[in-house]
Design a protein around this ligand. Structure first.
Ligand code: FAD
Length: 414
């Protein structure tokens, strides 16, 4: 018989949900914990889905966040393949899609987001894929043998990573981005142009400033992408990487504050009693975004908010104030990012971009707010302190690669 009463009920088995349960047990929490998830799999890492899992280099067992025995040993119940459709905050009940109830003392909403689909005609043809879950990628991989031409829609990290892997697998890839440059939402122009050149040099037909009008098919399967200017691109597969919609409808319907995500305070508490939220779906005020309320879609954010939520549950409150970081692997390029570059007013390039090992330093009001480090782990490791302290360093000095970034950190007395 399914136990239906839990001290902590966690909705979502991604990085945020899994890490909340792990952090609770690490803190000595002895109450009952369950993770309920719409996915059938035990918690796994999502980043490899567009990297070495997609390439076939890393099997599923090696992307599990913990081995199966861990959850049993730690007495964390896994209610997999079940979706929470509504929440009654007063009664402390979450209802599953078959209407059965789960009772909780504390609810942690870690439901992430749902991949946005193309809204145009043909968006639901066979051969059109998202890259959000293991099931998505398995479906896509099963078709790959029959595919020679792929169109990737979206020049964000996921689209670019997928384009890199598919090119390396020998597919002919066209990448379409509606904005005037790739990575426009998350990086400065020098980095965008660098990645555009890298992809083109490896044979990707990368087009920016183009709009998809519709997808055309034959026998129910996609065969062509039609652009707004009338051009057509023949293909057997389309991969859509145009962002996510946060999965928060049941919480908003229950009266939680929020719109693009569910609003949380610095302790990851929503406006509803005994309901916290973490990860991609949690809209929080972030000091690294100049105090704006934002959602971050990163493993760092999911894990660090999970640690904060676990502390809130056991009454050892600690506010969320972690510096954002992120990474992306494309070809032999390892990008490591720290801070948030949105709103920067100056950039400094450290190193020679042609050498394919360099960093872009982002400044706002003369202070370092972010770094994008390409094959430059030293800058990344040493630049973190500059971002955390928002250090004021003259641009000409930042550009001087003979001076390691840790020198500036020392000068700024960080
Ligand atoms: C292909 C890909 C590559 C990425 N690469 C990177 C990277 O290189 N670096 C990085 O930092 N980040 C990367 N990310 C982002 C990172 O994976 C996410 O930020 C992270 O997974 C967010 O964790 P989460 O727990 O908030 O949500 P998710 O991982 O999305 O987990 C949410 C879970 O909740 C479940 N769920 C949703 N609604 C319900 C419901 N109503 N009832 C029950 N269960 C529900 C979902 O099925 C899902 O299992 C990548 C993401 C993707 C998709």
């Amino acid at each position: 018989m399914l136990n239906r009463n839990f001290d902590v009920l966690i909705v979502g088995s991604g990085h945020g949900g899994a890490q909340t349960a792990i952090a609770l047990r690490q803190s000595g929490f002895g109450g009952t914990i369950a993770i309920v998830s719409a996915e059938d799999d035990l918690p796994y890492e999502r980043p490899p889905l567009s990297k070495d899992y997609l390439s076939g280099d890393r099997p599923f067992e090696r992307i599990l966040i913990r081995p199966a025995t861990f959850w049993r040993d730690k007495d964390i119940a896994m209610l997999l393949g079940r979706r929470v459709v509504s929440v009654d905050p007063q009664a402390h009940v979450a209802a599953l899609s078959d209407n059965s109830p789960l009772f909780y003392r504390t609810l942690v909403w870690a439901a992430g987001g749902v991949a946005r689909r193309l809204a145009c005609t043909g968006g639901d043809l066979a051969g059109v894929h998202s890259v959000r879950t293991r099931a998505d990628v398995d479906r896509l991989m099963r078709e790959l043998d029959r595919v020679t031409r792929v169109v990737v829609v979206g020049g964000g990290y996921i689209g670019l990573e997928a384009a890199a892997i598919l090119t390396q697998l020998g597919k002919r890839v066209t990448l379409l981005e509606a904005a005037p440059r790739v990575l426009a939402r998350v990086a400065g122009e020098p980095l965008s142009r660098f990645y555009e050149e890298e992809h083109r040099a490896r044979g990707v037909d990368l087009r920016v400033g183009v709009e998809v009008a519709c997808l055309e098919g034959r026998d129910g399967a996609v065969r062509r992408v039609r652009l707004a200017d009338g051009q057509a691109i023949d293909c057997e597969m389309v991969i859509v990487g145009i962002g996510i919609a946060p999965a928060v409808a049941p919480l908003l319907a229950a009266g939680a504050a929020g719109s693009d995500g569910v609003d949380v305070d610095e302790y990851c508490r929503t406006s509803l009693p005994d309901i916290l939220a973490v990860g991609d779906c949690a809209a929080h005020v972030n000091t690294f975004a100049g105090g704006k309320r934002i959602r971050l879609e990163s493993v760092q954010n999911a894990n660090d908010q999970a640690a904060v939520a676990a502390r809130s549950i056991v009454g050892a409150l600690r506010p969320y104030d972690a510096a954002p970081w992120f990474w992306s692997n494309q070809y032999d390029l390892r990008l490591q990012t720290v801070g948030l570059s949105a709103g920067h007013d100056a950039t400094v390039i450290r190193g020679d971009m042609a050498s394919r090992s360099f960093s872009v330093v982002y400044l706002k009001n003369r202070r370092v707010v972010a770094l994008d480090c390409v094959n430059s782990t030293k800058d990344y490791a040493q630049g973190r302190a500059l971002v955390a302290a928002r250090a004021a360093v003259p641009p000409d000095q930042l550009a001087d690669t003979s001076r390691p970034l840790k020198e500036f950190a020392a000068e700024a007395a960080i």
